[in-house]
Design a protein around this ligand. Structure first.
Ligand code: SAH
Length: 354
């Protein structure tokens, strides 16, 4: 079978260099060779470990925040309980367990998942057996009703375009060929009206990124929340107005060259929270809050102590390490950020402030 590298080299030979967003989309979601479509990337055996795979406490805190927001908004029924990029389904399963005793919440919740990978849909179906989850093909299919939504490490997996400043114009970073192998290059300098605001804070040679997929998804979520009520929690790593090349390739828990093994390494980028918040208008958004602060405010330490009381030996040690990993500023606590969205003039989700 041809490798994805061979397929892309042939395509570039025939059609010319491709944008970074096209390259990322092929690497992650190619129907037969894509990273997410062909392998289970999660857990200690996979390439990376996400917060819900570290400890059940992460999903429990998210579940309580969403359920409290639902109560604060008058417990609308029915409503969509949605997740973008649900991975193995672990986070949704933890949310459901933590909210089982919230009166009326499960009866009113219609679980809706947005997932591009067929292999992961199968895994989600098995994790959530008995919960009747539905999958939507397009984000526009998010039902016209109140929605309470979580997206953890979803937006960092969306394809981005990269641009290098050249005078008042920008040269787009492309994937082309050099001596028959995949290589980065730059397109011609062109004006980019959508990047006008970045002329303020960049100099010649600086690279900036534009998440091509972010606004189309968030604008639909923001529309449902504004029209019908609801709330969203977005958790991801990134910065305000990110600057520089943040594309990372990880294979077997190690950084690798993004062009080396297309389709076999995970590709992620930092999320630009300024772009994220801009795309959420007219929702009210919270401050961009470190994950550790958010989880502490929701009571993760008290929960950790309750769970610890039943554990001994190695299980206790790994539980303590998991709590530290999720919350400590030098681990995920500061690197990952949380943003909450609610309709204008509505109480913010617990754990966050406007
Ligand atoms: N939220 C999970 C998984 C994060 S990995 C966790 O925290 O463990 C990213 C997830 O988003 C995977 O489930 C991946 O298949 C999905 N995904 C990536 N790009 C997507 C896209 N364009 N549309 C829908 N789902 C996508």
């Amino acid at each position: 079978m041809k490798s994805l590298s061979d397929i892309l080299i042939t395509q570039i030979r025939n059609e010319g260099p491709m944008r970074m967003s096209e390259y990322m989309a092929a690497c992650l979601l190619h129907p037969t060779h894509g990273y997410y479509t062909t392998r289970p990337p999660f857990g200690t055996k996979g390439d990376f470990v996400t917060a819900p795979e570290i400890s059940q406490m992460f999903g429990e805190m998210i579940g309580l925040s969403l359920a409290q927001a639902w109560l604060d908004q008058g417990a609308p029924a029915p409503f969509t309980l949605a997740e973008l990029g649900p991975g193995r389904g672990t986070l949704m399963a933890d949310i459901l367990r933590a909210t089982a005793r919230v009166p009326g919440f499960h009866a009113a919740a219609q679980i809706t998942l947005y997932e591009a990978s067929g292999a992961l849909r199968t895994e989600q179906a098995s994790t959530l057996a008995g919960q009747d989850p539905q999958w939507i093909e397009r984000i526009e299919d998010l039902p016209e009703q109140p929605v309470f939504l979580i997206a953890n490490e979803f937006f960092d997996a969306l394809p981005i375009r990269q641009f290098v400043r050249d005078g008042d114009g920008w040269r787009e970073r492309q994937v082309g060929l050099e001596n028959g192998a995949l290589a980065f290059g730059l397109g011609p300098a062109q004006p980019q009206p959508a990047l006008a605001h970045r002329l303020e804070d960049t100099r010649d040679g600086d690279m900036i990124e534009d998440s091509a997929g972010l606004a189309p998804v968030l604008s639909v979520v923001a529309d449902r929340i504004t029209t019908h009520g609801g709330a969203a929690l977005v958790v991801d790593y990134g910065d305000w107005r990110s600057l520089g090349d943040t594309l990372q390739a990880v294979r077997d828990h190690r950084a690798t060259d993004p062009l080396d093994t297309p389709g076999a390494a995970d590709l992620t980028t930092h999320v630009d929270f300024e772009a994220l918040i801009t795309a959420c208008a007219p929702c009210t958004h919270s401050r961009v809050t470190p994950q550790g602060v958010f989880l502490e405010r929701l009571g993760i330490t008290a929960r950790a102590q309750t769970l610890a009381a039943k554990l001994r030996g190695e299980a206790l040690e790994s539980h303590i390490a998991a709590h530290r990993r999720l919350t400590h500023p030098q681990e995920m606590g500061n690197l990952f950020k949380v943003v909450g969205l609610v309709p204008a003039d509505t109480a913010m989700l617990p754990g966050l402030e406007t």
